[in-house]
Design a protein around this ligand. Structure first.
Ligand code: SF4
Ligand code: SF4
Length: 169
């Protein structure tokens, strides 16, 4: 299974339109959510996220109000200090964790410095096995995620096989 991020980006971008087509195809050729989750789980289990961490570099991490308290407590600062030093407001996503040139402010090498207290969105990423709403509804974001996340990329490829999708030549 390819995990090299340069190759994943090249392949994900090459298949971007095809992956958008898959999204539409899966709406009209439904496969049970349980089955899709199982497929995604198999891919997730085959890939070691600690060798990757690309989502922490590329994607923003939104943070919910109650998660702010958990994170502040975890790193030993007050909520006020946490909001000032670790959180910023994004127009589209609301509160998100601050970022440096390396990605999320809590990224340490390939590891999360607040792993035990990380926001739900980080725990759920890439939102295939876990996430809110049906997996089909979450498919909206997957073509883009497949350009930088090996799990998303390979899961979409497996979904193509499972749903009888006709790949572009
Ligand atoms: S979820 Fe995807 S992008 Fe994030 S570390 Fe795992 S394989 Fe990499
Ligand atoms: S909180 Fe941790 S898991 Fe979430 S983006 Fe930051 S480094 Fe990654």
């Amino acid at each position: 299974m390819i995990t090299d991020l340069v190759q994943i980006q090249r392949l994900g971008e090459k298949l971007l339109e095809e992956n958008k087509r898959l999204r539409t195809h899966m709406k009209t050729h439904p496969v049970a959510d349980r089955r899709l989750r199982r497929i995604a789980e198999e891919v997730e289990n085959a890939i070691d996220c600690t060798q990757c961490a690309n989502c922490c570099r590329v994607a923003t991490a939104s943070v919910r109000d109650r998660e702010i308290d958990t994170l502040a407590k975890f790193i030993g600062v007050t909520r006020k200090v946490f909001l000032r030093d670790y959180v910023e407001e994004s127009e589209e996503e609301g509160l998100i964790l601050k970022r440096t040139e390396k990605g999320c402010i809590f990224l340490e090498g390939n590891l999360c410095g607040v792993y035990e207290a990380r926001p739900k969105t980080c725990n759920d990423f890439p939102h295939l096995v876990r996430g809110e709403g049906s997996l089909i509804a979450r498919m909206w974001h997957m073509p883009d995620r497949a350009t930088y996340c090996p799990i998303a990329f390979h899961t979409l490829e497996a979904f193509k096989d499972e749903s009888g999708f006709a790949r572009s030549k």
